[in-house]
Ligand binder design. Sequence first.
Ligand code: AMP
Ligand code: ZN
Length: 129
Amino acid sequence: MDCIFCKIINGDIPALKVYEDDLVLAFLDINPDTNGHTLIIPKKHFTDLDDIDLNTLTAINEVSKKLKKLLEEKLGCDGISLLQNNGLVQEVKHYHLHLKPCYKDKNSIETIKHHELISDPKEIYKKLK
Ligand code: AMP
Ligand code: ZN
């Protein structure tokens, strides 16, 4: 299947992985909206919220709780938004949950997408290790 996230799972293309277990993989977004922007995906290909089963959805939610703590502890963010797109607004058709940290002084809601404030994900990855 020609799915970029399945290719990451299979190791065909690289990703900055921050969490992995039998069901779930999490990695840094390649084009982050804020520092620490993370995607959590199921290892099995599900398209969207209609497609995914509740067991896998629960596993993803459990990982979101772990990664929220990690991002707060390691990056010192002041808040985190969870977002999951479907249909027209979903670019990659493999279910994924976005975790988007925000910061008081930068990357706040007002300054989101101010790309001069966004670090190279490789630098963020070093902090999360
Ligand atoms: P969505 O609009 O919810 O489908 O968002 C897809 C997200 O996947 C975007 O934030 C992209 O920057 C991200 N993305 C696409 N390709 C990759 C990749 N190879 N590695 C990491 N993130 C990616
Ligand atoms: Zn896939």
